[in-house]
Design a protein around this ligand. Structure first.
Ligand code: 2P0
Length: 364
């Protein structure tokens, strides 16, 4: 078992007369899992390792103003898309409070947080991954600025990923660009249950600019909340086998990604997507999150691949929208395929063109 980093630090606290005011801001992307995280143990430890593409165009952008607080705990106003958002405010305040042994300085500050996403809320793109990773970047950035620690980028990212994980498991992967593993993986040194680990130096270049066109099937889509979803795995009769299979799939997928083997990539990622949904269908209570048009699109992708031999495939999140994955070199052919065969199955929101991205960026 990997050793958990020890981040509790009572010294990360301002002298009473030196509590600062200022502003910082980051942008952080969402990510799409190829081997899925579905099932966890306390505290935010995954039942199996997962691997994802960090996205480029689907991100959260968050500005945080801070000033001295008087109450001895984090004070907060949270605006989402310009509107005060009590639900996000409560969630973020709770998250910050839970971090007070790691970042004691949060108890001394009043935060005004303004956040927005580049993707529509109802698109079912993991907003917790971008939203929680962006907050982790902000807090680590404040630590670096005010306490002189985390000067080394590797230390900075690792702590940010650890913090992001505590906010939302999948967010641990968004702290890095490219291809990222979260969860200890056999024969992959550096991987850990406590933080994400980028494996770009172990990946064939065909995957470095892989495309993800997100086909929005249902605008009013309701996802299973992650709290409910992960909880279902505690009593799913197939859970044990599933966790074992995910370990095996990750090792095999990583080998295929090293080799640039798109055939194996397609077989494993599509099977992972269907298995995620199979887990929801075999839970109590059960959930059917695909829509008729999800299946229409998947069938069209199978037929297009059969007809053209082009390496186009799909994956799914915990919802009805289809992430269509393909190498950048066949963008033109895939665009035509979407126009000719898929647009009639899409909601008015259409689709989002995305691709593998570089990870979070400081904006302020
Ligand atoms: C994933 N998902 O690997 C999987 C696949 C959705 C389907 O991680 O409870 O929001 O915050 O740790 O990360 C969604 O769950 O869960 C998720 P929490 P999270 O991307």
């Amino acid at each position: 078992m990997n050793v958990e980093p020890h981040y509790q630090n009572i010294d990360l606290k301002f002298a009473d007369t030196e509590i600062p005011s200022g502003k910082t801001g980051w942008r952080s992307p969402s990510n799409i899992a190829l081997v899925k995280y579905w099932g966890k143990k306390p505290v935010q430890i995954p039942q199996n390792p997962s691997i994802s593409f960090t996205l480029s165009n689907s991100y959260s952008e968050t500005e945080v103003s801070y000033s001295p607080a008087s109450s001895g705990k984090p004070e907060m106003e949270f605006y989402f898309d310009g509107q005060r958002n009590p639900a996000f405010e409560e969630k973020t305040a709770k998250f910050f409070q839970s971090l007070s042994a790691i970042f004691p300085f949060v108890n001394q500050l009043r935060f005004v947080i303004r956040s927005k996403n580049t993707f529509p809320h109802s698109a079912g793109i993991a907003s917790s991954a971008s939203g929680m990773s962006v907050l982790a970047m902000v807090l680590c950035d404040m630590e670096r600025q005010f306490f002189g620690t985390l000067q080394n980028d590797e230390d900075f990212r690792r702590k940010a990923s650890y913090m992001a994980r505590l906010g939302s498991g999948s967010a641990s992967r968004s702290v890095y660009g490219g291809v990222v593993i979260w969860g200890e993986t056999k024969n992959e040194p550096g991987t850990s249950d406590f933080y994400g680990f980028p494996v770009n130096d172990r990946i064939h270049e065909i995957f470095s600019d892989y495309q993800d066109t997100i086909l929005l099937v249902d605008a009013g889509e309701k996802k299973v909340s992650s709290r409910v979803g992960h909880g279902l795995m505690n009593s799913n009769p197939y859970a044990g086998e599933r966790f074992k299979q995910a370990h095996e799939n990750l090792s095999e997928l990583l080998q295929a990604m090293r080799d640039g083997d798109t055939t194996t990539f397609i077989r494993i990622t599509e099977s992972e997507a269907l298995t995620l949904h199979a887990m929801m269908m075999t839970s109590q209570p059960y959930f059917l999150l695909m829509k008729p048009n999800t299946l229409q699109i998947i069938q069209r992708i199978f037929a297009f691949r059969e007809k053209t031999g082009l390496p186009v495939s799909f994956t799914l999140d915990a919802g009805p929208n289809v992430h269509m994955l393909y190498p950048a070199a066949i963008k033109v052919e895939v665009k035509q395929f979407i126009e000719d065969e898929l647009v009639s199955f899409l909601s008015p929101l259409g689709f989002i063109d995305d691709e593998v991205g570089k990870g979070p960026e400081k904006i302020l």
